[in-house]
Design a protein around this ligand. Structure first.
Ligand code: NAP
Length: 471
């Protein structure tokens, strides 16, 4: 048997997950000098792009333009896309091990962290990621029953996801209607009664995880005032020192400006609160009706920052019928792939999958993106992360550190397997046909794109046959 990675026998790689980190892994492998490689890229949805399609907010179209780079990667003749193929449902890890020299998991973080407070299970309490998936037309979330008939909503956490959710709730729906927001979301937002949106940070403005551009966008919403309480952005000594960070300083300066603008007269209000933690969601008839907060004292954490400690002073905000926890994403285990429960991601050592945290390496298996590092960083952060893992893969290949197994590396092997299982595979060409239809449907509706929000609709649109993807 010839060595994988040569002209006679290209290295066969499966990448699981066609989000940014998956595409960057493919790109890095294709660009590796002297490496003969072919890559099969799998996604559980018929559509590629992961969070660039299902996570990035509809009014952030410039960020979504990154998909043009992914299209170029997918058009390389060494790459095949297998859409609508889910690991654990349609193929197993063993199926992949029989067909690929190396496997890369680029499965992201599909769940979220909980707050762990009473009332979190009430109706009206959601994860921000559910709402994001819903307004972005992700098929998993399109039927969620968001009831926007309350007067106030609260978003817990002060990262960029929280800001996205606040902005979508506070923005004029007619502005959003021109984007690629899902139709079901814009029609619900048109009927929304939410007038006050609380953004709740457990620590201070200097510790905020949002970016300056994001908080500034909140202040620019024409129909909403951004309200900040002066006493909540007073800085302790540690936080003052934190202002040497350029982003923290910009955030802080912007919030100070907001303090000076006062309460304003617009009919929608965004109330950014700091040093408060929700301690209970209060319910009425099984639904959230108020949120109880505890004021925090910020204390040095011994690592150059501050930690929040409850002060024993409480307040209740009435009228809050919707609570979105936005306290971080979390990975979910993929059948057959070792999972680090504590960290909430694929168990790995610098991108090499390990049998358990701190355990031995699982040869020939790798991980990239949020599934490797956890849910942090912008889309571009994933490029460096995937490049690093690809370099590790090549290093292992050169050192002969591959699992010793017979691999059926023929081009037909995977399409044949999927056809035998009756999987309706969507090729990249078919995805581009779906993409074209979405843009055409959008044009008719006066928007950038009208997404298909059900897998069945996407499959019907291309009449995907139960055979492997066409070349
Ligand atoms: P994140 O940046 O990690 O922010 C999580 C927030 O939750 C932090 O403010 C954190 O506060 C808070 N938090 C955690 N546990 C909490 C608790 N028990 N109670 C109250 N607050 C709690 O996460 P994210 O917003 O989900 O974003 C994930 C990544 O995607 C980030 O890198 C983000 O920049 C990126 N993203 C970027 C964009 C964009 O560029 N437009 C949009 C969306 C997402 P502490 O700091 O006190 O822990």
């Amino acid at each position: 048997m010839s060595t994988p990675g040569t002209a006679e026998r290209p290295l066969c790689v499966a990448v699981i997950g066609a989000g940014p980190s998956g595409f960057y892994a493919v790109e890095a492998l294709l660009k590796t000098p002297g490496l003969n490689v072919r890559v099969d890229l799998f996604d559980r949805l018929p559509s590629p792009y992961g969070l660039a399609r299902g996570g990035v907010a509809p009014d952030h179209q410039k960020i979504k333009a990154v998909t043009a780079v992914y299209d170029r990667v997918a058009s390389d003749p060494r790459v095949r896309f297998f859409g609508n193929v889910k690991l654990g449902r349609d193929v197993t890890v063993d199926d992949l091990r029989e067909r690929y020299d190396q496997i890369v998991y680029a499965v992201g973080c599909e769940s979220d962290r909980k707050m762990g407070i009473p009332g979190e299970e009430l109706k009206g309490s959601y994860s921000a990621t559910d709402f994001v998936g819903w307004y972005n037309g992700h098929p998993d979330y399109r039927d969620l029953p968001f009831d926007l008939s309350c007067e106030a909503a609260a978003v817990v956490g002060i990262g960029n996801v929280a800001i996205d959710v606040v902005r979508i709730l506070a923005q004029d729906p007619e502005i959003l209607a021109r984007t690629d927001i899902a139709e079901h979301a814009v029609s619900a937002l048109r009927k929304s009664k939410v007038k006050r949106v609380y953004l709740l940070g457990r620590r201070g403005p200097v510790q905020a995880a949002f970016s300056p551009k994001e908080i500034e966008e909140l202040g620019e919403i024409e129909r909403a005032d951004l309200i900040v309480k002066e006493d909540e952005i007073k800085l302790d000594e540690v936080s003052k020192a934190g202002l040497c960070d350029a982003s923290a300083k910009k955030n802080y300066d912007y919030l100070c400006e907001a303090v000076h603008k006062g309460a304003g007269s617009k009919d929608h209000k965004i109330l950014a609160r700091f040093s408060v933690s929700p301690v209970e969601l209060i319910g009425k008839d099984g639904r959230v009706s108020a949120i109880k907060l505890e004021r925090n004292n910020l204390e040095p954490d011994g690592k150059g920052s501050v930690k929040a400690r409850g002060s024993g002073q409480f307040e209740t905000i009435e009228g809050v019928g919707l609570v979105f926890r936005s306290v971080g994403y979390r990975g979910i285990p993929v059948p057959g792939v070792p999972f680090d429960e504590k960290a909430g991601r694929v168990a790995n050592d610098n991108g090499r999958v390990v049998a358990a945290a701190g355990g031995p390496v699982v040869l020939s298996e790798y991980v990239v993106g949020w599934a490797k590092r956890g849910p942090s960083g912008l889309i571009g952060t994933n490029r460096a992360c995937s490049v690093a893992t690809a370099a590790t893969m090549v290093e292992d290949l050169k050192a002969g550190r591959l699992a010793q197994r017979g691999v059926d590396a023929s081009m037909e092997s995977t399409p044949r397997l999927l056809a035998s299982k009756g999987v309706k595979v969507v090729s990249f060409a078919q995805w581009k046909a779906i993409d074209k239809l979405e843009v055409e449907n959008g044009k008719k509706a006066g928007k950038i794109r009208e997404k298909f929000t059900r897998v069945s609709e996407m499959l019907a649109a291309v009449d995907a046959p139960a055979v492997g993807p066409k070349a």
